[in-house]
Design a protein around this ligand. Structure first.
Ligand SMILES: Nc1nc2c(c(=O)[nH]1)N[C@H]1C(S)=C(S)[C@@H](COP(=O)(O)OP(=O)(O)OC[C@H]3O[C@@H](n4cnc5c(=O)[nH]c(N)nc54)[C@H](O)[C@@H]3O)O[C@H]1N2
Ligand SMILES: Nc1nc2c(c(=O)[nH]1)N[C@H]1C(S)=C(S)[C@@H](COP(=O)(O)OP(=O)(O)OC[C@H]3O[C@@H](n4cnc5c(=O)[nH]c(N)nc54)[C@H](O)[C@@H]3O)O[C@H]1N2
Ligand code: SF4
Ligand SMILES: [Mo]
Length: 723
């Protein structure tokens, strides 16, 4: 079978390295019956897994015991990660839509010509700004680098963003402003070394089960405070639950700071030596007394004071947050309010401390640093000429080819599509027609495009339904590369089986698109992911995320993953490291900054017509997002209730005469969801929780965004229930 008719040097080389898709061949570098260490491709915990090969393909997985990440543990998704890959409905061939709108199966040559010629005619007519891409936190960093370089330097695109906007943008901005760089400071050992653990808007038991296992290994009998409107699995297992009113966090953390100042419970020496802006912050929080904020937070003044006392009483206090904080209308300031508490009390840079944002996807951290979307490679700045020149030199391209402006954020890219100014879109490893906030807006935008290219493992996703060209991709386990986990650990993920049919690694798809676009020679040194890794190392030199000291993939293979930074010439890194041990932050002054702002209510609050607040989030540890992968595993499907469900307080259920398991309609001003009622007092009266895994959920959500991070506020809108 001939892979490609196009006869450039890259395609010829690709055929040599991949063969005719290499079906049945032994993956490179591995013996046919080897056990290969790899990193899980679902969540950002980054569990180390052993893939057990028979005749050259992985038949089973087990958690690695010697890993400092997971200590021999894995959650159901990790154990069963092969099943979705082996599913018979994997996409095996490229497809294009015919004039009648039906899919036609085509070869790569046809699909790539179709994609590049249609993109080219848009660029010729409207300029390259009329093309954009949306990518992901779920492919190896090397693939992100290739896409970022190809799209923005090779093809001249200006705009490209990723699903990390839906997820981590808030933490990125919060850290950049507070610390001077997007730098989560912790190492997972901190979960075991704290005597007080504050989990804000994080359902660790469900979303990061192995990190919760790390908490349970803590020998210091820690106080575990969960701040979440719902009594989640995590809250139920904690020592204290503070059922904050939705979006009451900002006022709450300011009130805690107020108490700390009032009582003189701040670490004066640390604050004076290592921070800027604390006096102004002290003035700012003065009006936020526990009494005043009690209604907005839904907590009693005593509960608020007691939280301050607990923080003061702890010697090693760690603050952790996830989407309950990041997805909000004032999310950046809320994340920074937690950072401020850590700074005020000197709880940073020591074991068991930190202001710690937990990431979501396996490689969200890779995307934040290397996808060339919101920042230029390795945390550089598109708008700085020195940065463009440095990156241009390393890539061997003229710095003038690198955009000198930042990309539009995701929601603005959609606005541009609606306005007809972006006409061609390339969607890689994300399913926004399900996951985007108020998804009907996005679906309407997708329908307006001249050309939509979707690159995925499966052709039946909600987003692929809108595509004109579909490119079949190899998934996790079917390609090599690196992921960066929540604690900044870079680990190798490996090809342990072959992708089905003609599906190719995203890496190779990008190389082919480069060649078909006529810019294959821009990246002559990038034949393998490891070549790109070497370039990433060079780009990172001198940055806070410097990884120039890692001796390529061999060093990663010989270790249990290496946390950044590891600059060239630095000593062999310890297994666990945290940042800021010397009290120096990344601002030029070396000091951290207090950042703050007055709280205000979300745009859509409950009223007479829609009297309930809708919260959304993860439903179970066996479901992953839009369920393209986990939905294909019979085992994982058995581990959660079938169909959409809505968690409803008994009082709200009684008012409607709803019983357990009854069908209920959840209606917002924008759409409806039919779900089974789960009636229980784990949710406060006046609130409803719906998992994000059903596509209808985002029919309901209200498109409000944090003004600084442009992250969607998925966890607040008004709904009503109907029988
Ligand atoms: N099983 C599974 N694990 C996953 C994922 C998955 O899809 N499935 N996805 C991964 C990804 S990408 C991410 S980003 C993480 C997300 O991990 P988490 O953020 O832990 O998960 P969520 O359920 O989205 O939200 C956490 C909690 O925020 C609460 N919350 C809602 N509003 C507020 C509020 O105003 N204040 C506070 N304090 N809390 C609030 C919700 O009740 C919810 O329990 O999970 C990762 N892990
Ligand atoms: N209501 C509500 N909505 C939410 C959230 C919420 O809490 N509430 N959370 C938001 C958050 S935090 C996130 S991160 C997003 C996630 O939203 P999405 O990114 O849309 O969700 P996924 O299902 O993970 O989509 C990943 C897609 O990539 C494909 N894929 C997987 N691996 C590969 C690969 O190697 N290559 C290629 N080409 N494709 C691959 C999968 O088949 C799937 O179609 O959802 C957001 N949406
Ligand atoms: S906790 Fe996360 S990284 Fe670990 S096995 Fe589960 S999904 Fe994979
Ligand atoms: Mo996420």
């Amino acid at each position: 079978m001939q892979l490609l008719r196009h006869d450039g040097p890259l395609t010829r080389q690709l055929e040599r390295t991949e063969g005719t898709y290499g079906l049945g061949q032994v993956p490179r570098r591995l013996a046919p019956d080897a056990t290969a260490r790899t990193v899980c491709g679902y969540c950002s915990t980054g569990c180390s897994l052993n893939a057990h090969l028979r005749d050259g393909r992985a038949v089973n997985l087990s958690p690695a015991c010697d890993s400092p990440v997971n200590h021999g543990m894995a959650c159901p998704k990790g154990w069963d990660a092969i099943t979705p890959l082996a599913s018979p409905d994997r996409a095996t061939h490229a497809m294009v839509r015919d004039a009648a709108g039906a899919w036609t199966r085509v070869g790569w040559d046809h699909a790539l010509r179709e994609m590049t010629s249609r993109f080219r005619s848009i660029a010729d007519r409207y300029g390259p700004e009329a093309l954009a891409f949306l990518s992901t936190g779920q492919i190896p960093t090397e693939e992100m680098v290739f896409l970022g370089a190809l799209a923005k330097i090779g093809m001249g695109m200006r705009h490209g963003d990723g699903n990390t906007r839906q997820c981590m943008a808030t933490s990125v901005v919060a850290y950049k402003e507070a610390f001077g760089f997007d730098a989560p400071p912790y190492t997972y050992a901190d979960f075991e070394e704290s005597d007080v653990i504050v989990l804000a808007g994080s359902n660790l038991c469900i979303a990061h089960p192995i990190l919760w296992e790390r908490v349970t290994r803590n020998p210091h009998d820690p106080e575990i405070v969960v701040i979440d409107p719902r009594r989640t699995e995590t809250a139920a297992a904690a020592t204290r639950h503070l059922p904050v009113r939705p979006k009451g966090d900002l006022a709450l953390y300011y009130a805690v700071a107020n108490v700390l100042f009032e009582r003189g419970w701040i670490d004066d020496d640390f604050v004076r030596a290592h921070t800027d802006g604390w006096e102004a912050f002290c003035d700012h929080v003065r009006p936020f007394t526990p009494e005043d904020v009690s209604p907005a937070t839904g907590l009693s003044p005593d509960e608020i004071r007691s939280l301050a006392e607990t923080i003061h009483g702890g010697r090693r206090v760690s603050f952790w947050w996830t989407m309950g904080v990041n997805q909000g209308h004032q999310a950046v300031r809320t994340a920074q309010a937690l950072v401020n508490l850590a700074l005020l009390t000197g709880n940073i840079g020591r074991p068991g401390t930190g202001a710690n944002s937990i990431t979501g996807q396996c490689n969200a951290m890779g995307s934040r640093l290397f996808s060339n979307t919101t920042s230029l490679f390795a945390g550089h700045d598109f708008t700085r000429v020195e940065d463009r020149e440095k990156i241009g030199r390393i890539l061997g391209v003229d710095a003038d080819r690198i955009p000198c402006e930042n990309s539009l954020p995701y929601d603005r890219i959609l606005d541009e599509i609606r306005a007809g100014r972006i006409r061609g879109l390339w969607v890689v490893a994300t399913n926004p027609a399900h996951s985007w906030i108020h998804r009907s807006d996005l679906r309407e935008a997708l329908a307006r495009l001249d050309v939509l290219v979707v690159q995925d493992l499966y052709a039946d996703t909600e987003t692929a339904a809108f595509a004109d060209v579909f490119l079949p991709a190899a998934g996790w386990g079917e390609k090599d590369g690196t992921f960066i986990n929540s604690e900044r650990r870079i680990g190798l993920t490996k090809k342990v089986r072959h992708a089905p049919g003609e599906a190719l690694a995203d890496f190779h798809i990008f190389r082919l698109v480069a060649e078909y676009w006529g810019v294959g020679d821009l990246f002559p040194r990038w034949r393998t992911p490891e070549d790109v890794f070497r370039t990433m190392q060079a780009m990172s030199a001198g940055q806070p995320c410097d990884i120039s000291g890692i001796d390529g993939y061999d060093a990663l293979e010989d270790s249990t993953g290496i946390q950044w930074p590891h600059p060239a010439g630095s000593p062999r890194p310890a297994a666990e490291r945290r940042l800021f041990e010397d009290g120096r932050f990344f601002h030029p002054s070396g000091r951290a900054r207090f950042c703050f702002e007055d709280p205000h209510p979300p745009a859509e609050c409950p009223d007479d017509e829609y009297p309930l607040t809708l919260l959304t989030g993860r439903g179970s540890s066996s479901q992953w997002h839009t369920e393209t992968r986990t939905g294909r595993s019979p085992v994982l499907r058995k581990l959660h209730p079938a169909g959409p469900w809505a968690e409803i307080h008994p009082d709200d259920a009684a008012r409607l005469g709803l019983a357990q398991d009854d069908w209920v309609t959840v209606r917002s001003r924008r759409g409806v969801l039919r779900a089974r009622a789960v009636v229980r007092d784990t949710i406060p009266a006046g609130q409803v929780f719906v998992p994000m895994h059903d596509a209808q959920t985002n029919e309901l959500t209200f498109p409000e965004f944090d003004p600084l991070s442009r992250q969607p506020s998925y966890k607040h809108c008004a709904v009503r229930l109907e029988r």
